[in-house]
Structures are given as structure tokens and as C-alpha cells.
Write a protein that binds this ligand. Structure first.
Ligand code: ATP
Ligand code: MG
Length: 560
């Protein structure tokens, strides 16, 4: 079940750090790091880690490093490095001068490896991959020692240097730590520290043909940088004894500690880089910044403000158990942020004409519309009004059910900011019978919005004056998948759950101010939702808006 937001104030990581500071561990220092692998774009799950790593450092007067964890040359690139930096800045965090690449430590890491070999703590092993697995065994029974385990240190050292010099094929041999082949934790059964991989690296070119494993590299990077609290997701919990083993070899006065937390899982989306890449590569979405993706680029283009993401990450809290967070909670945070900041505008997505039969043909009026009821300093703006208007097709019914409070023959409604109108009939296409326009009478006494006699009018509609309306391309985004957990079942391709209606494009008619909106800026279309001018395609001569969220808050309603 989706987790409910809990007061994050005392989450366990905050508590651990506070205790470490109280006890004088690390002399009160707090140094964290966010270690993305530059093999994809950041997503909302990464944002949880970013907010935690940078947030804890800021809260405790420490610092957070940004480190490209680039020990896997195959999929990494500078394009991803740049995008990661840009996205973290956009989220609102700053690493100052503490930007690092794991690859810059390769020389130091190899020195540590040689030192371990000399001290009999590591050896070069020549078992094939299959033999390696067979010797390692299963958790319930001890594994077998490699025949190369007790070779002379000098021999291992020479082989390791030849590995590094390119004398061997991929996988022919590897460097292993000498720990414990009987440990119930398979990660301690002489794990691999270095493997031969004759693949060029985006930073070091072909200088290296051996690369350290994550389990060896990560603790070393933390140690080299003086990290105190190394926060990572739960899947690394079983690796922690190995992390501690590597750290112990360094004999540090203040060894870093690894602390694990549950990753963010979100309904109606997928977060694995592999799956996101598949969606992009197969053209099922428009790119990494497609507004339907959970990538930070996608969310940004969708119109989600960074403060909404930070607020969301604070609300979900930090725990040690796996859970599934309801996308409605993110949408709730988005509405809360945009409600405070987004100016209100009027646009009609599915236009139906209204003719005010008692309004003179050439008379024009201008009414004063409130820009943001949540923010009086946003002021008002004039909106043009005239005989012909557009309203939303769904706001009119010829034969309405009971409790339909919008426009229908004989009914009276308020046109927001303008006044009251009463429907007197329809103008029909004689050939098809289709309603071409709704006919109505304007009550001149209600100019500006209210009936002088205080009579009750239930419905209030948004509208646009036909003579001034500008066409706007509006992209109506919805959830990317039609089921809450699209990748729950490994046997079913997650792509079969794509929501066929995740994007619908319409031409709306809007008040002319929309054309002047800056790309990326958010507005509320009254009664419809929050929208933003598209970062790529919007231009004053050809306005394009994305729907960020509708106004219907399913999260608040469910909370009662
Ligand atoms: P992969 O599965 O390909 O390794 P990854 O999502 O773990 O991808 P990394 O670049 O290694 O990608 O992630 C950087 C950091 O972000 C890691 O510390 C990781 O634990 C954290 N992280 C990744 N996904 C999530 C998530 N869904 N929730 C919280 N933290 C996450
Ligand atoms: Mg990872």
C-alpha cells in the first residue's frame, strides 16, 4: 500500500548523525556525497537521495560532494555528467568546489591494491568465470578456496602489473581480496577487486584496461574524500561488511560509515535506468525530457517546480523498509507549490461559442481579473469581453441531469469576473442538428460579476472573448502507465502497460496574455489545472503549453 507522509523530522538518519555529533565522532564533522553513475539521467528516485545527502550536510553545517561514480566505462559519458550537474543545480543544491570523478582516483586505487597484495590480503586468481561461481558456492555451505589463493605475493604483484599493462584478455584473471570462503555472506568470499576490461573510458581514454569493482572503489572514494556518512539504498546493506573490510585495510582514525535507506518507488511509473532508456530509445516517449517521464528533465519540462520535489522528498521521509509511494502525493506537492506562485489565466480547451443576444454587436468591455487569490501582490489584469465568447463544451448541456449547475436552457450562470448570463436557446446547424452556438442574455446589472439583488447562482464558468482569443497548442499529459505497478510482474513486458492516453494534444483558445508567458513559466488555467509554457516549443507567435497537473487533488480527498 502507498505509504502516508509521516513527520520526517526525526527520521533515523537524522538521528544517527545527531548522535554522532553529540558523541564527538568525526569531531562533529558531517561530510556526505551523492555518487551517481553517469550512465543515464537523474530521476525522482535520485532526487530523494540528493535531498537527503545535500539536506543532511546543510542541516548539520557540513558539506556534500558530488562524485561521478564512473568505474564502469561501458555506458558512461560526458553528456550524462553535464546533465546530472545541471539537474542537481536546478533542484537547488550546490557542491561548491567538491566535484569529483572516481576515475581521477584510479592511480591511488591501484596503489592500495598493490599494498593489499604485498600484505597478503589480495591475490590474482585465474579461475574462469564458471569455476569462480562454483568455488564460491551457496550461502548455506562454505565455498572452496581458489587454487591461486596462496600464491606468493610477488607473483600476484607481477601478474597484477601485467594485467594493468594489457597482457591479458577480458576475464582471463582478476584480483581478489583474501577474506573468508566460509562466510555466510557471499560478498566476503574473496570478492573481486579488479577485473580486466579492455574498454576505453570517457575520461581516462585507453590508459586503463583494468577497472576496480564498485565494492572496492566506493569505500576508497569515501575514504579519500574524508566522507563521514555514506548514505546509500538498501540493496547495499549486504555489501556493508565488505565496505567495512576495505575501510579497515586503510587504518583510518575516523573511518566513514555506510548507512542504508529504502529507495523511492512511485506508482504509475518506472525508475530503472534500463527501462527509461528503452522507452527513449524505442521512441515510446519524446526523449529524456519527455514530460511524462519521472526524470528530473521530464518533470521540469512538465512544469514541476523544484521546491515541490524537495517538499515531496521531505514528506515521504526516510525509512529502512521498502514501500510504494502514491504518485498522487507528488501531484499534491506540485499543486501546493503552484497554488502559491502560478498566476491565473483563462483558456478554453474545447471551445463552444456563446452569443449574448442583448449585447450590442460592436460594444467591447474590459473586466478586472484577479491574478492570484493566494497572492494579493500579484494584482489584477484587464480581460476583454464582448458579444461572442467561448466557453468549455462540457459546461453546456441541452438536456442536463439534475444537479448540473452549469449552463443549460433557462439556467443562469456566472461568467467569472464578467457577470451573469441566462441561456435562452441554441443556434443549430440545420443540416446536422448540431449546436453551433449557445444563445444567452447578459444581465447588465451584474457587470463585473455579481447580481445586485444577491440572488444565488451556483455555476461559475471560465470563458474567453472570441474577438481576442488566441489559439494555443495544449498538451494534456496524463500518467505514463495505466496500472500502479507497471513493472511488478517480471514475466510481463512493462511496455504493455503504457497508457495510450498519456498525451492528448488540443488547440485551446485563450486570453492573449498567454502568448507573452516566458518559456518554462507556470500558470493556472482557471478550473482546469496548472500548465506551463513548454521549454522547447513555446513561442509568442505560437504558444505551446503543457498540463502539469489537474486541479483535482486525489491525495487530500483520500486523507479526508
Ligand atoms: P543502477 O540501478 O543502474 O545502478 P541507480 O539508480 O542505482 O542505477 P546510480 O547512479 O548508481 O543509479 O544512483 C546514484 C545514487 O542514487 C545511489 O546512491 C542510489 O542509491 C541512489 N538512488 C537511485 N535510485 C534511487 C531511488 N529510487 N530512491 C532513492 N535513491 C536512489
Ligand atoms: Mg547504482
Amino acid at each position: 500500500m502507498p505509504e502516508s507522509p509521516e513527520p520526517a523530522a526525526r527520521h533515523f538518519i537524522r538521528q544517527i548523525i545527531a548522535e554522532d555529533r553529540a558523541s564527538g565522532r568525526y569531531d562533529g564533522r558531517v561530510v556526505t556525497r551523492f555518487p551517481p553513475e553517469p550512465n543515464g539521467y537523474l530521476h525522482i528516485g535520485h532526487a530523494k537521495a540528493v535531498c537527503l545527502d545535500f539536506g543532511m550536510a546543510a542541516e548539520f553545517g557540513g558539506r556534500c560532494h558530488l562524485r561521478m561514480d564512473d568505474t564502469n566505462p561501458e555506458q558512461e559519458s560526458m553528456e550524462y555528467v553535464e546533465a546530472i550537474r545541471d539537474d542537481i543545480r536546478w533542484l537547488g543544491f550546490d557542491w561548491g568546489e567538491h566535484f569529483y570523478y572516481s576515475a581521477d582516483y584510479f592511480e591511488r586505487m591501484a596503489d592500495v591494491a598493490e599494498d593489499l597484495i604485498r600484505r597478503g590480503r589480495a591475490y590474482v586468481c585465474e579461475l574462469s568465470t564458471e569455476a569462480f561461481k562454483a568455488y564460491r558456492g551457496v550461502p548455506t555451505r562454505p565455498g572452496r578456496e581458489s587454487p591461486w589463493r596462496n600464491r606468493a605475493a610477488a607473483e600476484s604483484l607481477e601478474l597484477f602489473r601485467r594485467m594493468r599493462a594489457g597482457a591479458f584478455e577480458d576475464g582471463a584473471l582478476c584480483l581478489r581480496a583474501k577474506i573468508d570462503m566460509a562466510s555466510p555472506n557471499l560478498h566476503l568470499r574473496d570478492p573481486v577487486l579488479y577485473r580486466v576490461l579492455r574498454v576505453p573510458h570517457y575520461r581516462t581514454g585507453d590508459r586503463w584496461c583494468i577497472y576496480p569493482t564498485y565494492d572496492f572503489a566506493h569505500p576508497l572514494e569515501d575514504a579519500f574524500e574524508g566522507v563521514t556518512h555514506s548514505l546509500c539504498t538498501l540493496e547495499f546493506e549486504v555489501h556493508r561488511p565488505l565496505y567495512d573490510w576495505v575501510i579497515a585495510q586503510l587504518d583510518l582514525a575516523q573511518p566513514p560509515r555506510q548507512i542504508e535507506f529504502a529507495r523511492l518507488n512511485l506508482t504509475y511509473t518506472v525508475m530503472s535506468k534500463r527501462k527509461l532508456l528503452a522507452l527513449v530509445r524505442d521512441g515510446l516517449v519524446g526523449g529524456w525530457d519527455d514530460p511524462r517521464l519521472p526524470t528530473l528533465r521530464g518533470l521540469r519540462r512538465r512544469g514541476v517546480p523544484p521546491e515541490a520535489i524537495r517538499d515531496f522528498c521531505e514528506r515521504i521521509g526516510v525509512t529502512k523498509y521498502e514501500s510504494l509511494t502514491d504518485l498522487a502525493l507528488l501531484e499534491h506537492a506540485v499543486r501546493a507549490a503552484l497554488n502559491r506562485s502560478a498566476p491565473r489565466r483563462m483558456a478554453v480547451l474545447d471551445p463552444l461559442k456563446v452569443v449574448l443576444t442583448n449585447w450590442p454587436e460592436d460594444e467591447e468591455a474590459s473586466f478586472e481579473a484577479v491574478n492570484n487569490p493566494e497572492d494579493p501582490s500579484a494584482g489584477t489584469r484587464p480581460v476583454a469581453f464582448g458579444r461572442e465568447l467561448w466557453i468549455e463544451r462540457a459546461d453546456f448541456m441541452e438536456d442536463p441531469p439534475k444537479r448540473f449547475h452549469r449552463l443549460s436552457p433557462g439556467a443562469e450562470v456566472r461568467l467569472r469576473y464578467a457577470g451573469l448570463i441566462t441561456c435562452t436557446g441554441v443556434d443549430r446547424d440545420p443540416a446536422t442538428g448540431e449546436v453551433r452556438a449557445v444563445l444567452a442574455q447578459f444581465d447588465p446589472a451584474s457587470r463585473g460579476g455579481n447580481a445586485p439583488d444577491g440572488r444565488r447562482v451556483k455555476g461559475t464558468l471560465h470563458w474567453v472573448a472570441a474577438r481576442h482569443a488566441v489559439p494555443v497548442e495544449v498538451r494534456l499529459y496524463d500518467r505514463l502507465f495505466s496500472v500502479p505497478e507497471p513493472d511488478a510482474d517480471e514475466a510481463v513486458d512493462f511496455r504493455t502497460h503504457l497508457n495510450p492516453d498519456s498525451l492528448r494534444t488540443v488547440t485551446a483558445l485563450a486570453e492573449p496574455t498567454l502568448a507573452e508567458t516566458a518559456a518554462g513559466a507556470a500558470v493556472q488555467f482557471e478550473r482546469l489545472g496548472y500548465f506551463c509554457a513548454d521549454l522547447r516549443d513555446h513561442a509568442p507567435a505560437k504558444p505551446v503549453f503543457n498540463r502539469t497537473v489537474t486541479l483535482r487533488d486525489s491525495w487530500s480527498r483520500r486523507q479526508g
